[in-house]
Design a protein around this ligand. Structure first.
Ligand SMILES: [Zn+2]
Length: 181
């Protein structure tokens, strides 16, 4: 789930209200349902002009395949749309590589990773102030490791301090878990 700012949400709502009554919007809402998930990821309905639906496709092969399927799709779509379509044209011309539906992986937060240590590091280390010399740098590092180790449970296999998330997921530390894979 992504967190959009309030002005952005308001803008989306306004646009949605504006287009709610439009046939294209109605079509967009049911597009994936009609064509199926696979086709939906390779297509983007662009416009309806004189009862002809224009659909952008990710490749020429998709455009060709779907052209053969268009009668079947027309039948399905005309059951839903208030004004029936007479034809569908598929073309790669207006395909955008960056579709709005992005992969869900982009929204994974560091907190969801099993090795995430919360703010332990932040409280012991100020990233913005660089150490004056290597000795200070090492001392800082050692202090961080020590502080981190003291607050962490031990891996039952190798007895090294392990983030809680790793133990919850694998029962051992990430290193031991990697060895057993
Ligand atoms: Zn271990």
């Amino acid at each position: 789930m992504s967190f959009e700012s309030i002005p952005e949400i308001l803008e989306i709502l306004q646009i949605e209200t504006l287009y709610q009554q439009q046939p294209l919007q109605r079509l967009l809402n049911c597009w994936e349902e009609v064509v199926g998930k696979v086709i939906a990821t390779h297509t983007q309905p662009i416009s309806i002009e004189r009862e002809v639906l224009w659909v952008a496709t990710s490749s020429a092969a998709w455009a060709q395949n779907l052209t053969f399927e268009r009668q079947r799709l027309l039948k399905k779509l005309n059951k839903i749309l208030p004004t029936p379509l007479v034809d569908i044209r598929f073309s790669t011309a207006r395909w955008q590589r960056t579709k709005k539906k992005s992969s869900p992986q982009q929204n994974i937060s560091p907190e969801s990773h099993p090795s995430y240590l919360g703010n332990i590091l932040d409280s012991n280390q100020n990233i913005h102030s660089l150490p004056k010399n290597p000795q200070t740098a090492f001392a800082n590092w050692a202090q961080t490791i020590k502080a981190r180790s003291q607050s962490l449970p031990l891996c039952p296999k190798c007895k090294s301090p392990t983030p809680k998330g790793e133990l919850e997921r694998w029962g051992v530390c990430s290193i031991c878990a990697a060895k057993s894979f």
